[in-house]
Design a binder for this molecule. Structure first.
Ligand code: 3H9
Length: 686
């Protein structure tokens, strides 16, 4: 199929790019566009050229699948140079998204018309690169260096409305964008083309930028959380701000090519495609209709889940065992929506309509007409089984019954009903209305339609759904156990909680394991361990955790855990008794302490994650490595720019990873380091 077609209307040539799904600038598109522009300029007699796109969007960028392969001619900067130097006005007619190379094409055009609601941006830094086709040079020349630096280094697109305000587009329209561009073209003439060629302009030197370079750089560094591309982009803009266009463009291209091959860029591309590959419904399945949702349990999770659906416009029945429990739930709901209004995230009207969608009631009868019922009751198998038995009695035929358990055996819960084929797990992460990840856990008997319905429910509520199988902790929490184990053991062997936390936040984790434990509540893990079989976890790794709980240190909620917390600011500081307690546990265990380096902290925790991830793949709890990475990036604060733990493992090299794991097999806690056949095969194959 041709990726480009042309149409003549009112003496104007419209070049229609048609490269589904997002009109990415593949080699075929670049080549067709260059040929069409050159042909019209050489032989055509139209008065202007319009570049527009078929389908749901304008050009969403370079074709990311071509990255990592040798660049193929014609190169995008040359195509854009040809557009810019065209002998007749070229107008970009933008709808949907104009991103990356797509916006760079539009910047090469002499005019830009955008449909209301479209989005424009240079998100390249999100892929570990800088714009590579003139974006860092033309955008500052058009909208000024400060706004350009913000758009390029932050990587966030702006709305068409904002783009008009910035001077990035010349006209905004609610009408058909191509018809508007045709009318617009009648008012533009060849004479003004020189000024419209951005490469011929200078950056208007912005005093704010000059006097604030260092401050802006610090802000970008903070936002980048360890990623290098945003800083590279800033340094490029800074260096080239008063350079002639060609010199700046060459430096940009050099930086782009250098960054495209880095581990960071590969990791970011990996996670980009991983996110789009998760949660695909089985091919033989049909999702059931979702009109009404039921939620059992008005605690933190239940309310968060109810909000998730209300935010997407679904009516929800939220039940609990007493008016008192419901009262607490209502209070929680009101405060959460109130804080969203205060922060300007939603309007008063949204709050009203969303609150009204959630009906609170005692008893299960109100769940009779729900299409999907999510149980978020107390985390204990007997409690959940009794809830599911009751749900089995009231839920209509075909309703999907989901449990929000984080660890428990879903097959056992399903067996409490007469319809295990309709039962699965929907493991939301706290706070459920904010966190995007949900593990969709298929039980032994879960039918493809049930799975498909749950995936649809996740999709319509804007969640990223990852399919997992049944095991203790599914993907995320099972791996977390290995990570927490090694953190705890290193504390026993000589590292302080703050040293472990710092090494891992320096690595890029959004929080260290001890801060996370304090945030989650140390009593949660304590109770979970009591339900676990002896021998299924390493008690020495959590000996200090247990002592803290017994002393009333439950974490942030009690004002102290591994750290002490300020009541108002929640800032943490070391707690004097914690070090003494650690020393006591070490002494009782007869541990001779040693210095533990940051490298060891990172290496042991990462290897533990990777090794467990490989077991998860071997046992088919997860089907793909990339699914595990999505879980860690979206649920556990793993640095996106490292691509997730499995991608990180791959970047080290599987043979090396296995060798390092095998060293631990011979260590004092070697029984936890058994490598799977899966990792051995990887090491062998790579
Ligand atoms: C760049 O432009 C570099 C230049 O500066 C220099 C060059 C020299 N390429 O997200 P969706 C696929 S860097 C290839 O689910 P949505 C995606 O994998 C690029 N494929 O849709 C998926 O495939 P599948 C800068 C791409 O409606 C399908 O399209 N641009 C690309 O939720 C649908 O995607 C960006 O970073 C691509 N560029 O969101 C923009 N983009 O169906 C990246 C998408 O097989 N793209 N695909 O799974 C996006 O942000 C979103 O896709 C977009 C649509 C907002 C456009």
């Amino acid at each position: 199929m041709a990726v480009l077609s042309s149409e003549n209307r009112s003496g104007v040539l419209i070049l229609w790019i048609d490269n589904p799904p997002v009109n990415a600038l593949s080699q075929a598109v670049r080549s067709a566009l260059l040929n069409a522009i050159s042909k019209e300029c050489d032989e055509g007699n139209n008065t202007a050229i319009i570049i527009a796109c078929r389908g749901r969007t304008f050009i969403a960028g370079a074709d990311i699948r071509e990255f990592g392969k040798p660049p193929a001619e014609p190169y995008l900067p040359d195509v854009i140079a040809a557009i810019e130097s065209a002998s007749k006005p070229v107008i970009a007619a933008i709808h949907g998204h104009a991103l990356g190379g797509g916006l760079e094409v539009a910047l090469g055009c002499h005019y830009r018309i955008a449909a209301a609601g479209s989005q424009l941006g240079l998100p390249e830094t999100n892929l570990g690169i800088v714009p590579g086709a003139g974006g860092t040079q033309r955008l500052p020349r058009l909208i000024g260096a400060v706004d350009a630096a913000e758009m390029i280094c932050g990587g966030k697109p702006v709305s068409a409305e904002k783009a008009l305000e910035l001077g990035l587009v010349d006209k905004l329209t609610d009408d058909d964008v191509v018809s508007t561009a045709i009318s617009y073209s009648l008012n533009v003439t060849k004479e003004t083309l020189g000024y419209r060629r951005l490469s011929e302009r200078k950056v208007s030197v912005d005093d704010i930028l000059f006097s604030n370079f260092d401050k802006i750089e610090k802000k970008i560094q903070k936002q980048a959380k360890g990623a290098t591309a945003p800083l590279e982009a800033f340094s490029l803009i800074r260096k080239t701000i008063d350079m002639p266009f060609t010199e700046g463009k060459n430096l940009e291209r050099e930086t782009f090519l250098k960054l495209a091959g880095t581990t960071e860029a590969k990791a970011l591309r990996h996670i980009f495609f991983a996110e789009r590959g998760v949660g695909r419904a089985p091919s033989n399945s049909n999702p059931r209709k979702l009109n009404k949702i039921g939620v059992v349990g008005a605690g933190t999770m239940g309310v968060g889940i109810a909000m998730t659906f209300a935010d997407a416009g679904y009516p929800v029945s939220l039940t609990d065992i007493s008016e008192e429990a419901l009262g607490r739930g209502k209070f929680r709901l009101r405060s959460l929506y109130e804080s969203q209004v205060k922060r300007g995230r939603i309007s008063e009207r949204d709050r009203e309509s969303r609150t009204q969608l959630i009906q609170f009631s005692v008893g299960y009868d109100v769940l009779a007409d729900a299409d999907l019922i999510i149980e978020a009751a107390f985390e204990a198998t007997d409690v959940k089984c009794s809830v599911f038995k009751k749900l089995d009695g009231v839920a209509k035929r075909g309703a999907v019954l989901a449990t929000n358990t984080s660890y428990l055996d879903i097959n056992v819960i399903a067996e409490a009903t007469s319809r295990p084929q309709d039962v699965l797990g929907l493991h939301y992460f706290s706070p459920a209305n904010v966190m995007k990840l949900v593990e969709v856990v298929r039980g032994q008997a879960t039918s493809p339609d049930t799975l498909s319905t749950a995936l649809t429910a996740a999709k319509v509520t804007g969640k990223i759904a990852v399919i997992a199988g049944v095991c203790h902790g599914f993907i995320g929490n099972r791996m977390l156990r290995a990570y927490v184990r090694e953190s705890g053991l290193m504390m026993l062997e000589g590292a302080l909680p703050s040293e472990v936390d710092r090494a891992l936040t320096d690595f890029g984790m959004s929080m260290g394991p001890f801060s996370v434990a304090d945030l989650a509540g140390l009593d949660i893990g304590y109770k979970a361990r009591q339900e676990m079989q002896a021998g299924s976890f390493e008690p020495m790794a959590t000996a200090v955790h247990d002592r803290l709980v017994e002393k009333g240190h439950l974490g942030q909620k009690s004002g102290a855990g591994f750290y002490r917390y300020n009541d108002k600011t929640r800032a943490n500081s070391p707690h004097p008794i914690v070090e003494d307690l650690i020393a006591m546990v070490r002494k009782e265990a007869g541990v001779k302490t040693r210095l533990i380096s940051s490298e060891e902290i990172v290496s042991r925790t990462m290897l533990a994650l990777i090794n467990e991830g490989c077991w998860i793949l071997e046992e088919k709890i997860s089907e793909r490595m990339s699914d595990i990475d999505v879980v860690y990036v979206h649920g556990y604060g793993f640095p996106r720019w490292r691509g997730g733990p499995m991608c990180y493992g791959e970047s080290i090299g599987w043979a090396k990873v296995l060798k390092q794991i095998q060293k631990h097999v011979n260590g004092p806690y070697g029984r936890w380091w058994n490598p799977s056949q899966y990792i051995k095969k990887l090491a062998n194959d790579h």
